[in-house]
Structures are given as C-alpha cells and as structure tokens.
Design a protein around this ligand. Sequence first.
Ligand code: NDP
Length: 466
Amino acid sequence: MSMLRVVNPATGTVVRDLPCDTPASVDGKVAAAREALPAWRERSLGERVAIIRRFRDMLVERADQLALVLTTETGKPISQARGEIRATPGRLDFFLENVETVIAPKLMRREPMGSGVPGTGALEETVTYEPLGVVANISAWNYPYFVGSNVFAPALLAGNAVVYKPSEHATLTGLAIAGLLHEAGVPEAIFTTAVGRGDVGAALIDAGVDGVFFTGSYSTGVKVATSAAHHLIPTQLELGGKDPVYVADDVDPAAVASALADGAFYNNGQSCCAVERIYVHRSVFMAFRTAFVEAINGFSMGDPAKTDTYLGPLTREEQLAVLQAQVDDAVSKGATVLAGGRRADREGWYFEPTILSNVTHDMKVMREETFGPVIGIQEVSDDQEAAKLMADTPYGLTAGVYSADRARAAAVLAQLPTGSSYWNCCDRVSPVLPWTGRGHSGLGSTLSHEGIRAFVTPRAWHMRAP
Ligand code: NDP
C-alpha cells in the first residue's frame, strides 16, 4: 500500500505515515457520495445551515488544538495558524447569511393571459438553482481552512456532496476538517477525503464527479483543466499570482514599507496574494528601501510553535532550491542583495528573508511566482512606467497602489487586468467580494454571491397556464 509521509518542516522529523487512496477507493468514495446525495438534498436548507453553523462554532472552540496540527505539518507560525482558523468563521458567516437569497428561485417575468385562444395563457418565466452533484475539492496547503472552506462550505450548503483532496502537505488538517464536519452532522459519505499526492487528485477528476474546484499552482491548474475538459464538467481554478504594488511619491514611505513588509512576508510569502513585486517612485525610493530593510530585520525567525515567531520554515523542502535559483539568477544579472539571499543556517527548511534591488524584468524574481520570503524592489520614474511594469505578467490576481490620491491610484489600477485592486492596502481577501483571477491566475470566483452560485446550475422554467 502506498503511504504518505507527513514531515515537520521545522525539524525534518516524521509526524505520521498515512495510507493513500487508490483510483479504486476514490471511485468508491464518489459512488458512495452519489448514493447519499438524494437524502442530503431532501434536508431543508435550514438543516444544512444549522450543521455548518455547528462546524463554525467548533472551529472557534478548538482553534488552539487545530492550529497546532496545522503548524506541525506546514511550519506556519502558530499565531498565524490560530489567526487563519479564528478568521474562518467570518467567511462561513457570509455563506450562512447569504446562501438562501442567492439560490432562491427567481421570477424573471410574468405575462398576463393573451387573447384566450389555446397557447396564449398567462406565462411565468422563472429560474431555479440546483446543486451540481458530487464535487471534487482539490486544495492547497498554504491556507487550508480559508481555501478549503471557500469551496466546501457553499458546496455543502447548496446541497452538493464533496470529495476533498487536501494537499499532501496539509493532510492532517484535511482529516481534522472532515472529523469536525462529521461531528457537526454532515453524513460521512457527503464529505469524504481522498488522501494522497497529485495522482490521487488526478484520479478524483476521472472518478465521475460533477464539478472540479481546484486551488493550486498554474502548472497543476492546466493539468486539472485539461483532464476536466474530457468530462465537460464545470471547473474552477484559483491559481497563483505575481502580485505587484506601486508606491507613489505622495505617501509616507516608512509607513508604507511596514505595511508592505507584512504583505510580502506574512506566512513566509506563501500566499497566493502575497506582494511579490514592489515598484517605488524614484523620489521616495531610498527612504522606502531603508525602512523596508529595517522592517524585515525586525521579523523574528524561529520555531513556528512559539507565539512570537513571525517567520517559520518553508512548507516544502524543494522550494528552497527554487528560491535560491531566483536569487542567483537575479544576482548574476546585476541585482543587489539588501538582506538575506540564502538558506538559513539552522535545522529545518528555513530561507532568510531576502530583499533584492536593482532588479529588472529580465530576472525570474520579477516574472515567476516566488511563493517564499524573497522580493524585488524596482525604482520607477512615474505612474506610467509603474503601470507598464505591473501589467508585464501573465498572472492577474491582485495589484495595489499606495498614494494619497484615490483618482491617481484608480487610474493606474484600471490599466491592470487583475481580479482584485487595492488602494492603500494589500494581501487581503473579503468574503463579500469575489475572489477571482485573470490570465494564469485562474478561472471563476470563490466568495461573494458569485462563489455561492458557482455550486448550483440554473434551470429555466417557461410555464404557461392552459
Ligand atoms: P499544487 O498545484 O502543487 O497542488 C494543488 C493541489 O493539487 C494539491 O492538492 C496537489 O496534491 C494536487 N495535485 C497535484 N497534481 C495534480 C494533478 N495532476 N491532478 C490533480 N491534482 C493534483 O499547489 P500547492 O498546493 O503547492 O499550492 C501553492 C499554489 O497554490 C501557489 O501557486 C499559490 O499561489 C496557489 N494558491 C492560490 C490561491 C488562490 O486563491 N488563487 C490560494 C492558495 C494558493 P499534492 O499536494 O498532494 O501534490
């Protein structure tokens, strides 16, 4: 039997070995979910809402113990793990409060009776929304509570069954989520986990599901979309980013530097919407640079289980080589290392927080997703140059502008094809707004009303009275 080894990134020690699913067991889980679906759909929306509300309350009660599991398998600092779990109920509340309105039948048009001859009776045109069926939720490890619940909560509320494939790097968390959902009242066959690596995710797409909701990298997203296309099933992809921020010349560079340091280095830069590129107006560049380096030097790196640790290890060992290659490539092309630049000299998968200046778009660090604690800062001469460089990417997840002038910021942001635009903020997600990417950042939306409607399919009713 194939096994999945869970390793603590802070120490390299083995936490658990878990048996993996096989294509046959995944098929069995999808078939069991399909069998259980009619009974789940027969429950009222109010019952499903009560179940997810119980799950929400359990997250609050058990945040500390769940955070420890997340920290142990991903290396996420414990204060950030608790922060993620404690913020998830806010997202769930949005779904709980909005699902009924969003999926309620909508009467679009009513025409009175015509002349009275057959075929001219009063007409009603109505839309109803029906659950998709059994959906695959293939998830990432960096924010498993956020990106997982963005999918499984509205999916379950809308009357679907979910087969959840946690990332191999957050499987214990995936199993913990399943346990809580079952305890809250979701039938076991209606929410099941598929444990394993990418091959298990691939098998799930081919197991007869009615929709695929994927969070992960662009390269895997392409594979997922290609496989799903053969089944012609709805497919949603929440992918990576190369998110830029522009610092204009009318702001306090020190205050902005501190906000951007957090936006770039929170969770070790392992966020889809982490700030990945910074462009700074020439007239505040030096002041910004100095303050940014100072902010990074203030970050404490260490044991992620300690509450005062801000930077833990990377979750994936192989990312150490990716980061080093980006730094080496930049330095070989003329970049200056202002801080860090290499693997930290300690046990575990730690990389020093790294700032590069004198960067250009010939360097990988300004073009490829970094997904780690490495950032390039580039000087620009005006808003136009900033907008041109910010748009120079195949990704389109988020972009931000720091400026005292809203119209000026909006003029830059309007030129960029991105799913989210930020003025004087960054690295943030709101449950009331669609979370969506363009280009290589994905297809479809989670959160907001769009992210509920994604889990239902419309039916058009043309109803004419005799
Ligand atoms: P990956 O693309 O490596 O993996 C995502 C999921 O897909 C995992 O569960 C993985 O399993 C699974 N998988 C791998 N290969 C296949 C396959 N051939 N078919 C089906 N499933 C497969 O991404 P990461 O987990 O490393 O997550 C990091 C990426 O996710 C970054 O690019 C980040 O930007 C992006 N992301 C985007 C978000 C957004 O909302 N836009 C939010 C969070 C992250 P396994 O892990 O077992 O290999």
